[in-house]
Design a protein around this ligand. Structure first.
Ligand code: SIN
Length: 309
């Protein structure tokens, strides 16, 4: 079995040949590809400072090319994270309003911390492989996760490239799944997770109404690059439309196992002030987990995408 790629941080050097295309002064930054199936780091950019059109185009290109980009050293406010995220599209307001950052509903707190015995955030976010918001008619374009407090060990996030997963499927399986559709549901594992983590809020009827299941192609085409990607996940995909449940279960189990093979995966070991921006149209992700006695807190903004085709 291929080992999963983890990548030590490269040494920053502040060089850039970019010049500003508009009146905003340029920031010197570098995009450095990881020695991994996906991912790159961006060093020397401050997302809270003005970003000119050329720089924004480079960032956008890096996101499309590498699928997950790590902006290093972002000691920035929630407002700056929201403003930067909005440059990529409108932001999702997560159904679990209990874990919105106060006065900033665009931010979902991802955290295992409890204060006065109450969770301050979603402690088990990402325990199953998934693509964010796939359970809605318009799933997410991409998510931005900003480290606020990191554990001394653990707490990594894994990303699996679903273009590579599609390309590595046998031609026979490609043909079988190409035109299939699958149902995605936020509720698929909700009660199982609640049984394990009783702090998970019981959903109100209004919340349940916000997350009616959605049906999407099993293989989607990235709207900006035209590349095909598998689009099913162990967390949210409940069934293949039109197949008997046993056949659907068997096919999904095969796809789930294939889609997260080590050769498609980059494992991110978080560093102080990392802001990680991934493309939910290209990747699935998984939280590796944090020991209960260690504190982990991150802020997530989620950019709304388009209808998968
Ligand atoms: C998520 O699935 O959005 C959270 C991932 C993580 O906590 O590493």
């Amino acid at each position: 079995m291929t080992a999963i790629a983890t990548v030590p941080r490269t040494k920053p050097t502040a060089t850039s040949t970019d010049s500003a295309a508009d009146s905003i002064p340029s920031q010197a930054f570098e995009v450095r590809r990881f020695d991994a199936p996906v991912g790159a780091e961006i060093v020397g950019l401050d997302i809270s400072k003005p970003i000119n059109a050329i720089e924004f185009a480079r960032i956008h290109r890096a996101h499309l090319d590498h699928h997950v980009v790590v902006f290093r050293d972002q000691n920035v406010s929630p407002e700056a994270q929201i403003e930067f995220s909005r440059r990529f599209g409108p932001l999702e307001i997560h159904v679990l309003h209990q874990f919105h950052l106060k006065n900033h509903p665009e931010i979902l707190i991802v955290s295992n911390i409890k204060e006065n015995d109450e969770p301050i955030g979603l402690g088990d976010a990402g325990v199953y492989w998934h693509s964010d918001i796939s359970y809605k008619p318009k799933p997410s374009l991409g998510s931005l996760l900003h480290a606020q407090e990191l554990p001394a060990e653990g707490g990594d996030t894994l990303f699996a490239d679903q273009h590579l997963a599609w390309e590595a499927l046998s031609p026979k399986l490609q043909q079988k799944v190409l035109h299939l559709k699958a149902e995605h549901s936020y509720l698929a594992k909700y009660e199982d997770l609640r049984a394990k983590n009783p702090w998970r809020p019981k959903l109100s009827q209004a919340q349940i109404d916000q997350v009616a299941p959605a049906v999407h192609p099993v293989v989607r085409t990235h709207p900006e690059t035209g590349r095909k990607a598998l689009f099913v996940s162990e967390h949210f995909t409940t069934r293949i439309v039109g197949l008997p449940q046993d056949e659907s279960d068997a096919l999904l189990a095969e796809l789930f196992a294939h889609s997260v093979k080590a050769e498609f995966v980059y494992r991110h070991a978080w560093e102080t002030h990392d802001l990680v921006f991934w493309d939910n149209r290209s990747l699935m992700h998984l939280a590796a987990g944090t020991a209960d006695n260690l504190r982990r807190k991150l802020y997530r903004t989620t950019v709304i995408g388009d209808t998968p085709r």
